[in-house]
Structures are given as C-alpha cells and as structure tokens.
Design a binder for this molecule. Sequence first.
Ligand SMILES: [Zn+2]
Length: 436
Amino acid sequence: MPPNHPRPLSRRALILRAAAVAASALPACRKKPAAAPAPPPWFLTPLAPPPDWSSLDPFQDSLTRDAFTQLLNSTLTATPGSWFTHIQITDAAALIRRASRDASLPPYSLRFAASSASLPKPESRFWRKASELPPLSNPAKPLADLRIAIDPGHIGGPWARMEERWYRMGDASPVQEGNLTLATATALRPLLESMGAHVDLVRSSNDPLTPLRPPDLLETARLSLQQDGTAITDRALRRESERLFYRTAEIRERGRRVNTILKPDLVLCLHFNADSWGGDPANPRFSSANHLHVLAHGCLLPGELTLDDQRLESLKRIIQGIPESELALCNAVARRMAEATSLPAYRYPGNSARPVADNPFVWIRNLLANRVYECPVVFLEPYVMNNADVFARIQAGDYENSREVAGITRPSIFREYASGIAAGLADYFRAARSSV
Ligand SMILES: [Zn+2]
C-alpha cells in the first residue's frame, strides 16, 4: 500500500491515536486561554514528555561521587567536562538543572552513595546485570534465564520510501532496510533461543507500532521547524511530519513497549548502514565503502544536553549503571561481528560520536533508539546497503548453509549477521556469569 494512503484504523487504534496525541501534545502548542499562564520552563525534543525528575528518586544513593563523575566524563558528553553547564558536583550530591528555560527552579539533587558497596537495588530497575542472573548450569546454554528484545530497525514495506530507507537498482527487487532488519531478526531469534534466551521481537511485521500518522503531527512539525529555525513551507511541513511519524513517534512507542511491557535485560537494535546513493533512489549510485560499527549510548552534544528530556533520559541510564554493561556487551558483540563479516571498522568524521578505548568498531553516540530504552542496548550498523557486494548478497536472499554469491562461497547475509551477534553474546555471558 502506498505510504500516502495508510490503511483505515480500527476503533481501538483511533482511540489509542487520540490518547497519544493528547499525551504527546507539547504544552506550548495548546491554545493559550485568555489569562495565559507562564510558558512552560521545559526545553524539549519534539514529542518528548515533560521531564519527570522524580523518576530518578529510586536511584538516590546508588553511585559514589567518583563513579558518577567518571561516567559523566567517559560517556555523557562529547568532551569531558562539558556537562558543567547543567550539573554541579558537590561532596554529597549532583545538583542537576531541571529546566533549561527557567534557571530559578531549584536543581534536582541526586545524592551520592557513601561507598561502592551500596549499589542500586535490582528491583529499582527491570533489567539484570550478568552477575545478577542465576548461575549457569549448562555450558551450552549461556543465555539461560536471559530476556532479550530484538528491535529490527525502521518499518520497511510500504513505508520504506517515506523513511528514505529504499532504493532499487534496475529491475531488481527494491532494497528496504526495514525488511532486511526483520529478516535478520528472524534468523537471529532461534540462535538465541537455542542458547536458552527468552526472545521478543519489538516488531514482527512492516506495520508501524505508533498509532500516529503524519497528518496527526502537522502542528508538532510546525513547532519543530520553528525550534530549528527552518523556513516553514508545505514541503518542509510534510517532510517533518513524516519524520516525526516514522522516526520519533515510532521509536517512542517502541521505547514504551520495551520499558513497560517487554522489560528485557538487553535490546539488540538491528540496522544496515548506507552510503550516499545520490538524489534518485530509483537510479542510485553504488558505493565502494563497506564497513561495521556498533554503538553504545552517550556523547550528547551541547544543544542536546540543553534539552531537558535528553538530559534526564541520559542521566537515568547512567545512574542505573547501564553504560558499564552496555559497553562490555557492545565490545563482545563487535569483536565477533568483525570476525563473522570480515568488515573493516567505520570511522566517524566530526564530533557526533566518540571512540572507545581498545575497540575500533565501537563508538558512543546519542540516538533516540538507544537513549529511550532503559536497559543496555547493542546498536548494530554493519554492511553498506548500496555496496555492490552487499547488494548481490541481499538479492540472493536468505538460504541455509553456504552458497556462491558474487564469486564467494558464504552464508546468507542475514545468517552471517545473526551468527556474529549470537557468538558475541555467548562470549560475554559465559565470561560474566558464574557457573554452578
Ligand atoms: Zn538504520
């Protein structure tokens, strides 16, 4: 079905959509009554809920001053210390600015633990560290008792062109990232289950999870363009409302499902990378590039740290101790992905991502999809979809065992991708869990 003609919604979906619109409307976009109250103090990313700083309350006394400061420097911002503008460290607590538009609001005070012995209680977060899982009794099942959510990136299918995750080379089948990630998830699930994991797919079709659609988001799009200082034209409004639908609203809905329903110990975000294919996706350019990288969360740029929702979401991850587990998982998976794919490491230009020590495949970057999930996330970006070799492998589709594709005998690209992840998780949990 073409993207501009979404299928009719059921009554339940309409109710959900109305509720979501009401819940997500920014205070700033409400019509002001005659006696207008003061404007909200929050400075927010579009569709983000106003920050609830009390959500940090369960994590009071969780980290020592040194551990907290070290995490701020090593992960939160692009350069160590650039968080000073919003967080003040005293001996007893971190004083965190709550609202970027109102300096008079008292800061949120996050007390430090007296010693590293007083760690957060497991019941204050839904995910478990490897050390908190039951000891392993069967070496063949290193993922026993582990809950894993696989998030196949993007939506795909009829939405792939709108998402700009679609190209077609001649008469060949179109390449659609959202379909490739779902095929990889389908190959990965049985591998993880065979090692004892309980696995959920965050999505299992090419239907959006959010009940919102671009026409619902025109007013939010107008505000978003204003906030960015972008000229408001019909075309800009349409593109922004589409982006808010397929990226922002969709990822926020996935975050809600992960955090409130699935509650996994870790999320695997599956993606395929792409290089510029020129202006016409029906007549694209091939790229000679092909590479791999894996992302952990962090590296907020100054403008992102100023957004109250992003500051809170990022600190909530830090205070739960997510970065430590997440980086270790990313390292283990990246090593095995490099082995499985033989791809070189990607290097980010500029300062939107920061490298980590000892692993050229792992980078730290602030994405909505690794920030809103309140548990460790391994965000994978292997293969350049418009590389000629990758294109040939995608056209070959999924198959068992090995087959010659573009002159090389090898597994299907989906099974190769899945095998690298599975081996990396097996390495990590074998080493990090105790045995009976
Ligand atoms: Zn992607």
